[in-house]
Design a protein around this ligand. Sequence first.
Ligand SMILES: Cc1ncc(COP(=O)(O)O)c(C=O)c1O
Ligand SMILES: N[C@@H](CCCC[NH3+])C(=O)O
Length: 435
Amino acid sequence: MRIAESLRVNAVGHLEIGEVDTVHLAREYGTPLYVLDEEVFRANCRRYLCSLGPGNRAAYAGKALLTLAICRICQEEGLYLDVVSAGELYTAVKAGFPPERLYFHGNNKSLQEIEMGLELGVGRFVVDNFYELELLEERARALGKKPAILLRLTPGIEAHTHEYIRTGQLDSKFGFPLATGVAEEAVRRALSSPHLELVGLHCHIGSQILRLEPFQEAARVMVAFAASIRRKTGWVMEELDLGGGLGIRYTAEDDPPAIEDYVQAILRAVEEACQEEGLPLPRIVVEPGRSIVGPAGITLYTVGAIKEIPGVRTYVAVDGGMADNPRPALYQARYEAVLANRMLEPPAVEVAVAGKCCESGDILIPAIKLPRPQPGDILAVFATGAYNYSMSMNYNRLPRPAMVLVRGGEVDLIVARETLEDLISHDRVPERLWK
Ligand SMILES: Cc1ncc(COP(=O)(O)O)c(C=O)c1O
Ligand SMILES: N[C@@H](CCCC[NH3+])C(=O)O
């Protein structure tokens, strides 16, 4: 039985991903365990590249999930990479990712990060504010470099998504606002610098967006702005980076546009707007994170304590929770799950899946129908590839889970499970406290 792109149920009623039995994975690698389907990840990269066509670019947004192995796959697939910190930059470079294919983001890059980017020769600095513009210009001058930059603008688009992951509206910590004339001032400042090369403009309106209109609207607003700048200064936008944000299906109710439809929609919107404005067509860049890696991942947990409160609710606790997936606690994000070892049994009870952190809000799934869970069952939560491992934490001193990559029946460990020793490895005890 096939239940999704890469998920199947095998003859013994176990969930398989990438032709690997998840119950065997749980036994061999322990739980919680992040499992990533390499074929799904690669297929999504290719869908972007094929629909964008030659000349345009897809820069995978590393904040969704970045490890050395992920960088290697992105490079093999011909993607660019969007990084937002020294840590992500370091990961990419350590994986051998070509620095000239990096887009360096961040709304408060430190001096050290700016120097690191300049010294490594990142392909693009995506400059977020005047403070950064000045810092970058000064360091570029001092180091004798002339970095290529994009300016991140906030186009004033209200995307229909959770307010914590909305970024395109005027009231945002990111970018130069278009509405107030600040964006034009930023362009003028960048153009007047002999140490910076202004290549283009960037915007990112938010994440987990399930409709095409906000993206098309953003494209139109950006092109109109570029056209007005051209009329005033003669500068021609060579590159237009429209960020990421395409949503994915977390539950049966989500109905995201296909990658191909999303790309076509923005290409067409840019083309039409450029034609109207008499502007040459820029190179288009997109920065998808979630829509590449989200659907490729699942998380396996082991069921432990079960608490039935008659007439109220049954809590089924698993051996992970908000420490490995903070999204439900942060954004009321919803997920679907199955008992991976009992796939042939029909749902029998409605339960709440609770995590093991000392927080009442540590509920992974508030209500889900499952076969009556037993301690030792393996719970598989779907669509956890994006913003799970990358946002995981050590609250309650829980070690971060391991991650495996599966493909055609093969399994590779790509992130080792943290150990208890890892947890104390950065602690230091002043001599006097041992006495
Ligand atoms: C600048 C920028 N680019 C790309 C992304 C990736 O977004 P998503 O994972 O929704 O595609 C983000 C995160 O929302 C972002 O802030
Ligand atoms: N972390 C968010 C997405 C934010 C993207 C960063 N701009 C999420 O899990 O949905």
